[in-house]
Design a protein around this ligand. Structure first.
Ligand code: HMG
Ligand code: MG
Length: 353
């Protein structure tokens, strides 16, 4: 990069973060999209819970630290679930302890949130003992997934989530709710909008600040997204209390996300490098890749606060740790591209190995 290029502000050049070095392109603003989007990064939790191998706690903590350094202000770190059910995240305490310096950092006192998933009151107790300040409860729109995922009926899962949400809020913790299988269920097929609405209402009433709508198996299409968000709005659930969480099984996650943004959603879940899935739903693959989301939003002039260059480098590094390439198209495109000076993005070689 020339000295003149290095000093040019992004807005003037129309070149974007990493794009300024690798893929210059113009910003085409979309007035129908929000000015900024809050990205809720789920890779260290949703991604790593589904890995066949167990990633060491130190690698998990480094992943979280690198994601924060790349500009992500919410990074879901781990789950306080049964270690027998999800051995991949059995080291939640150790990961939290390694992240203690980050939690105590100046960034954390400003806007950083490092939430963890909690299924029940014993899980909340574990999280609290580790200094976790934000928790996520999770329920299901459908009966079968509630049983498969949490060994309880849909109503019992909602009751357990509500109990955790109420207690966590009473202690001043941040609380998010997830509702899974909002757009289709591999055992039950179509999911009634009313079942999604009632689950969201229950979690919000119990104290969740927001609810994330999970397309656990990635089957949603754009019209269905519009219809569900309309149904929620008609029921009095405002878009500002909702987030979207699309898995990318059928390649629809980005289209569905952009559709949700047009409908007024401003918080989007994604996973660095597109890693992820749910061990209790066979047809679930990775989440929308954070890089694919950032590429789309950068191009539309939507602020995310994320440095795409640093994010891609992190995902390439993580792919090396996992021993397989990232499924993200943007990671693949940018990490395979040579710089003008002939170097590749750091870590690209280990991903290819
Ligand atoms: P259970 O076997 O029915 O538990 O599992 P239990 O209450 O009968 O207790 C059995 C044992 O587990 C007891 O120990 C408990 O103490 C212990 P024992 O007496 O046998 O030694 N136990 C716990 N241990 C540690 N932490 C806890 C805990 N709770 C009980 N919190 C349970 C019920 C909820 C524990 C189990 O079903 C579980 O952990 N499920 C986790 C499922 C999960 O993590 N799924 C993936 C996340 S959800 C997701 O990915 C979807 C999402 O991304 C959105 C989307 O995509 O849709 C969020
Ligand atoms: Mg998920």
């Amino acid at each position: 990069m020339t000295e003149a290029e290095a000093g040019r502000p992004r807005a003037e050049t129309g070149h974007l973060g990493l794009g300024a070095r690798f893929a210059p392109r113009a910003v085409h603003r979309r007035p129908d999209l929000p000015a900024s989007v809050r990205i809720w990064e789920v890779g260290p939790r949703d991604g790593l819970q589904n890995e066949p191998s167990i990633v060491p706690a130190a690698v998990k903590a480094e992943l979280v630290t690198r994601l924060v350094a790349a500009g992500l202000s919410v990074v879901e770190t781990t789950s306080f679930v049964s270690p027998r059910w999800v051995p991949q995240l059995a080291d939640a305490e150790e990961v939290c302890s390694l992240l203690a310096p980050l939690r105590a950092s100046r960034r954390a006192s400003a806007d950083l949130r490092l939430p963890a998933l909690v299924p029940n009151l014993p899980g909340l107790e574990r999280a609290r003992a580790c200094g976790v300040r934000d928790v996520c409860v999770f329920a299901s729109a459908t009966e079968t997934f509630a049983e498969r995922n949490l060994n309880r009926s849909r109503a019992e899962v909602l009751a357990a989530s509500a109990a955790v949400a109420a207690e966590a809020r009473a202690e001043g913790m941040g609380v998010r709710g997830y509702v899974s299988m909002c757009f289709g269920d591999p055992w039950e097929g179509a999911v009634a909008e009313a079942d999604v609405v009632s689950a969201c209402e229950r979690l919000l009433e119990a104290g969740a600040e927001e609810v994330s709508l999970g397309d656990t198996i990635g089957v949603a299409t754009t019209g269905q997204v519009v219809d569900l968000l309309d149904a929620l709005a008609r029921a009095g659930v405002p878009a500002r209390r909702l987030a979207v969480h699309f898995h990318d099984t059928y390649g629809q996650a980005l289209a569905n996300t952009v559709t949700a943004l047009v409908c007024g959603i401003t918080t989007v879940d994604s996973s660095a490098g597109g890693i992820g899935g749910c061990p209790f739903a066979e047809s679930a693959t990775g989440n929308l890749a954070t890089e694919d989301l950032c590429w789309a939003l950068d191009g539309a002039g939507v602020e995310t606060g994320v440095d795409l260059d640093a994010l891609v480098e992190t995902s390439v590094w993580m792919a090396g740790q996992l021993g397989r390439p990232s499924p993200s198209r943007v990671v693949q495109a940018l990490s395979g591209r040579t710089r003008p000076d002939g170097d590749r993005v750091a870590g690209a070689a280990s991903e290819e190995a």
